[in-house]
Design a protein around this ligand. Structure first.
Ligand SMILES: [Zn+2]
Length: 190
């Protein structure tokens, strides 16, 4: 599998600045110097009747901070989430297939829920995740899109301890928001 690098698509830009996100949410490290790998996560809600899409949250997290956050996952949570994903999706096969295209189209990575294959348009809520370095996005297992039902299924597999830790991360960095209560914060699958 040859990873491809492409300029970060505008859909992964910050909705506030309309530019690529420039600092890590947790440690404020600059991200656009080209040296630092990081993850972008964004959550959306759609209102079909109004044809409106709302960004519920967005952030970039450097790999060091991501690793720290992953350590807060209990072994049980990690095992259960991996087992759930392994049962439903073969990320390596998917990446190989998408990268095999004549000219890989990054939007192909996020047209459907990675777990249930639900088209994005039919999802009331979904999250997208991407792996970036500087101003480029790296196409591998990521980016991916996960619909609300799949996120809920993952949350059900997390231990109470892990959910508390993720809630603490969310409250500390994103601020408490009633809208976010059922959302999973943090790239569980990356
Ligand atoms: Zn960081």
């Amino acid at each position: 599998m040859r990873p491809e690098r492409i300029p970060i698509p505008k859909s992964f830009y910050s909705i506030e600045t309309e530019e690529p996100m420039s600092t890590c949410l947790a440690c404020d490290r600059p991200l656009l110097d080209g040296e630092t790998e990081y993850l972008i996560e964004k959550g959306y809600r759609q209102y079909e009747a109004y044809d409106v899409q709302e960004t519920v949250f967005e952030y970039a997290l450097c790999m060091d901070c991501h690793a720290t956050m992953r350590q807060s996952f209990s072994d049980l949570s990690t095992r259960r989430c991996r087992a759930y994903l392994a049962e439903h999706v073969n990320l390596a096969e998917r990446a190989g297939r998408l990268l095999d295209a004549e000219s890989p189209d990054p939007s192909d990575w996020t047209r459907h829920c990675v777990v249930h294959d639900t088209p994005r348009q039919e999802l009331a809520e979904y999250q997208v995740m991407a792996h970036c370095m500087g101003t480029e996005m790296i196409l591998t297992h990521l980016p991916l899109l996960m619909g609300g039902p799949a996120v809920d299924a993952l949350v059900e597999r997390l231990s109470d301890e892990t959910i508390d830790d993720l809630g603490g991360f969310r409250d500390e960095h994103l601020g408490p928001s009633p809208k976010l209560q059922r959302d999973l914060q943090g790239p569980v699958v990356a």
